[in-house]
Design a protein around this ligand. Sequence first.
Ligand code: DHB
Ligand code: FE
Length: 294
Amino acid sequence: MARITASVYTSHVPAIGAAMDLGKTQEDYWKPLFAGYDYSKQWMKDNKPDVIFLVYNDHATAFSLEMIPTFAIGTAAEFTPADEGWGPRPVPVVKGHPELASHIAQSVIQQDFDLTIVNKMDVDHGLTVPLSLMCGELDPKKDAWPCPVIPFAVNVVQYPVPSGKRCFALGQAIRKAVESFDEDLNVHIWGTGGMSHQLQGARAGLINREWDNAWLDQLINDPVACAHTPHIDYVREAGSEGIELVMWLIARGAMADVNDGQVTGPLPTVKHRFYHVPASNTAVGHVILENSAA
Ligand code: DHB
Ligand code: FE
């Protein structure tokens, strides 16, 4: 059967993608940020998954304000990097996994989460920047991403957005779905976005190191309490776009220690943890968790 063995969490700032695409990663401003992902790129090579289930948000790219699914699963065979106004990023096309994605849709909807099924969509920086950070620079003419990716888009752009509690429960349903797929696949689940940032209004530029790091501690060590963080706390403490962090709770809820809404097993092993300020207007957080042996 298929299994989720690890989860990866990372911010997805578009300027990080631009720095990679324009060859600026070794400049003084960017060097410390990219150094935080050296371990991760090696870890990806040493622990290459068969499939990545990548939780991210679309930034009014594939979905405009005309249509806003709360949870959308990409079931297509491939997803094209989107043009967000400066042309598409020069990265490989993202290959999907239609069989596993369709199976997860079937199972998760039967577990009472009403997903939107998406058979065609372009993927924006929310998905491609985490892939670039974890896989390094790739030439779209010669290279491919290391494995198929199932995009899972969450609405965190237009209120009402789903609660952390709902996201955490959804992660558990996704793990059940993966574990009922009748093929031996090593699946990684990624939660992306965040950490503290506000891109607009009077508090534009807000960053809150202390809150971010306390939230990371809680995500790792007490995910049930973390899942109960109300929306208003994210907005007040981590800025208007800090709400993207609820997506990390989907990945955390899919880890093996969480059962029926409680932590019942050994906490996952922290393979890597990194925090850096600033990247553009944003605090960057990054964690890699592996399931511990029961
Ligand atoms: C920016 C955009 C994002 O989607 C994000 O998560 C962080 C930063 C930006 O435009 O700088
Ligand atoms: Fe974002």
